[in-house]
Ligand binder design. Structure first.
Ligand code: C2E
Ligand code: MG
Ligand code: MG
Ligand code: MG
Length: 277
């Protein structure tokens, strides 16, 4: 394999910007091969329900186990996959993998609900609801065994088209979650219109919440707002015991963050025991 074949997205972004077309084509080819060779792997990070005191759901987070570069974080290749449309090949694979895992968890007696991140591109695909329905049936899962996470910024690309899709997914019975809440430019109006079950507060607001009055004000009022609207609230990125205590004391429903667990490979995730929260 020549050096050219190893040009990777983060390199081509960093370079001068010349000759993008050729480089990008070979990168898409490389990602396609990586997918076929099983180099994409899912990690899972627990979402812990503070009331129940245990994990009730978990987020699937993609990594690329590159033969030469080691484990590559999604922030380095997902944007490229979205920009080129290659995400359209990744998402069906992701959904199939995650539903396969969920079905196995159910056979083992666990009711943990996995969530899958959708990209802006996915929200423009009107066929996605049918694909999801077909996969649920193939895996013998009820729709409430799956949660889909959608960011505000992805929603804003084409809100009308996205809403049509979300309505169809919601009608199916799939759980929907707003991701990175507060970091995009979605208006409160969307909270009223969107058929969502859950809202995840962006970690910039959770960071230092116990001793940052402005963050505390934002998180506390978001929790109250969500509860008024019947949404459950996840605090993303809690890293300290002080943050966890604060979130519990202020009625946050679920916590996902390094203080409880990092994203883990499947085997490690299956062996993970929730600490007493
Ligand atoms: P996200 O959906 O908001 O996922 C949460 C990110 O926060 C994950 O980063 C997770 O590892 C990180 N995180 C969780 N707890 C903590 C914490 O306590 N502290 C800190 N500093 N970080 C924490 P990750 O896995 O690198 O993923 C980054 C983003 O890439 C995700 O943000 C999501 O937007 C995207 N992504 C990941 N997997 C997929 C995928 O399968 N499909 C799509 N479309 N996007 C994905
Ligand atoms: Mg997410
Ligand atoms: Mg998030
Ligand atoms: Mg994010």
């Amino acid at each position: 394999r020549g050096a050219k074949r190893h040009r990777l997205p983060w390199l081509s972004f960093a370079e001068s910007g010349a000759e993008p077309a050729h480089g990008q084509l070979s990168l898409i080819g490389e990602m396609r091969e990586a997918l076929a060779r099983g180099e994409f792997v899912l990690f899972y990070q627990p979402k812990v329900d503070l009331q129940a005191g245990r994990m009730t759901s978990a987020e699937a987070l993609l990594r690329w186990r590159h033969p030469e570069r080691g484990m590559i974080a999604p922030g380095l290749f997902i944007p490229f996959a979205e920009q080129t449309g290659f995400i359209r090949e990744i998402t069906p694979w992701l959904l199939d993998q995650v539903m396969g895992h969920a079905a196995a968890w159910r056979r083992a007696g666990s009711a943990v609900v996995p969530s899958v991140n959708l990209s802006a591109h996915d929200l423009l695909n009107p066929g996605l609801a049918d694909q999801v329905a077909e996969l649920l049936q193939r895996h013998g899962l009820t729709p409430d065994a799956l949660c889909l996470e959608i960011t505000e910024s992805a929603l804003m690309e084409d809100p009308t088209l996205a809403l049509t899709l979300l309505d169809r997914l919601s009608a199916l019975g799939v759980k929907l979650s707003i991701d990175d809440y507060g970091s995009g430019q979605a208006s409160l109006g969307y909270l009223k219109t969107l058929p969502v079950n859950e809202l995840k507060i962006d970690r910039v607001f959770v960071d230092g919440v116990a001793d940052t009055p402005k963050n505390a004000a934002i998180v506390r009022s978001t929790i109250l707002l969500c509860h008024e609207l019947g949404l459950s609230v996840v605090a993303e990125g809690a890293e300290t015991a002080a943050e966890l205590d604060w979130l519990r004391a202020n009625g946050c429903d679920l916590v996902q963050g390094y203080v409880l667990a990092r994203p883990m490979p499947l085997e490690q995730f299956l062996a993970w025991q929730s600490p007493v929260v």
